[in-house]
Design a protein around this ligand. Sequence first.
Ligand code: NAD
Length: 439
Amino acid sequence: MDDSTRQKVLLKFADLIETNQEYLATLTRATLGAPYKPFGKSEIDTAIGCFRCSFDIPVRVWTKPILIKLDYAGWVGKFAGQSFPATDGFYKVVRNEPLGIVAGIIPWNGPLASIGLKAAPALATGNVFILKPSEKTPLAAAALGKLAIEAGFPPGVFQVLTGDGSTGAILASHMKVAKVSFTGSVPTGKNVQVLAAKSNLKRVTLELGGKSPAVVFDDANLENAVKWCVNGLTTNSGQICFAASRVYVQDGIYDKFLTAYRNAFAAKREVMGDPESARSEIGPVVDQAQYERILRIVDTARETKDGKLVQGGESLGEKGFFIDPAIFLDTAPDSIIAKDEIFGPVVVINRFKTEEEVIDLSNSSRYGLMAGVFTQDINRALRLSEAFDSGVVGVNCVSTISFSCPFGGTKESGIGRELGIHALHAYTEPKTVLINLTY
Ligand code: NAD
């Protein structure tokens, strides 16, 4: 397909998502349970912005709308290769070639945004894209299949394949699939990499879990730190990969921070409720299995005294899988609540004294997706930005994303990056052509 036609198809697809946004949001809400605003709307806007440039999206309810500059339709025809002069007798051309058939396997917690992040750069660079949504939230993805046909993608170029993990495993081990871009949990990500290696050594991008630390120093702006840390844990009921689920607070500000954090946390109950109501900002957790798992983890931690539960951790209301966000203090470093991703509204808060101590605490995790530091001291902020072992660092912010910059994790949080130009590299293979000028 020529560049201009491909660009038109991508832009039309973005228009169709926009026109059908309420319908798509309803399909996601029916399965995920997150209210339309802020989460449902922001993930649809992310999907649109991935295909089309210049889109104002309210990324998070507590930040101003930002201009999204992803624009993978705009990249069509511009992701040029390189050329090198023939100083050694060979003129060199490096081509960025599409991989062929690529698959995107996505989780349930932000289905439409995940599709945009993967499908837009894959299709912009000329690949065939097969989407495997999560079995828990497949409806909006299935509806997108119809819109892909209407947008004018040639038959088969954008496919939606529903199914559970076994369908994902077929894609990960298929000999004709050249790449899998996977977003999900660490154990499944490791499985996908094994299947990829055992089949055709397909390329793999892994966007996995996190246990992101937020570090609050004595000199931090208290109001700002509380706002980001609380929103970073309650958005989508804590079911976001970069949730600020470990908070470290310096001695001098600890008492004030804890009081303000607890109050702000408790206030979230007021905006938690029926996802169909315009008053609600936070819904239930995704399903009964997730609800029972989270409450079991909280109960075990309470019984084994892995930390002091000072607030929440119980089911809320008579109906639906609502969980009152839980705060544990002074947690045992090796406990499940301190170490593992819970993927729900559970936070652990611990004190620290020195910068060195908190760097060690922050990095003592198998995850490395995001870290945040709250301080007014720019030198300290820069020292911590370097010291954190994570793919993304927030200074005076946390649990957020910039759409023009790479997103992904270090350590067991994954391999590779999404967003920005990095996504285009992830769906192409450089090929070097040597032209002999010496005969
Ligand atoms: P999951 O690993 O259970 O499932 C993810 C997807 O993989 C689903 O589509 C599932 O059907 C499929 N799958 C399951 N078994 C498979 C197999 N053997 N081979 C291939 N595919 C298989 O994850 P989940 O519970 O859906 O999502 C929650 C996880 O996703 C959390 O750990 C969260 O942190 C992570 N996540 C990460 C990011 C990120 O960008 N880093 C973003 C969102 C979510």
